[in-house]
Design a protein. Structure first.
Length: 97
């Protein structure tokens, strides 16, 4: 939020609407450390909810998220088929949200 801009580089929670808040950067950092990323892997942190994705695993799911109420969302998978793992491919860890 514009009125919270001054907190952008502080290690503090940023209040949002409806009693929600963004996590402190140090908390997000500890969550990331717990995933034990390897050198060269990338991290994607998405928006006001904390979803940390790490690694070289290909994206195997895409979801459309629609807000249905102030504190509720509905999701729908954008995939119509299940993709089987490649034969003899290295299996990378799967992430669950």
């Amino acid at each position: 939020p514009e009125e919270q801009r001054y907190r952008a580089y502080a290690d503090a929670e940023v209040p949002l609407a409806r009693g929600q808040h963004m996590l402190r950067p140090s908390v997000a950092g500890r969550l990331l450390q717990a995933l034990l990323p390897e050198p060269g892997e990338r991290v994607l942190e998405v928006g006001g909810r904390l979803f940390l994705v790490v690694g070289t695993a290909p994206v195997m799911d895409a979801r459309l998220v629609r807000r249905t109420a102030a504190d509720a969302c509905m999701t729908h998978s954008l995939f119509e088929t299940v993709i089987d793992p490649l034969v003899n491919a290295v299996q990378v860890p799967q992430f669950r949200f």
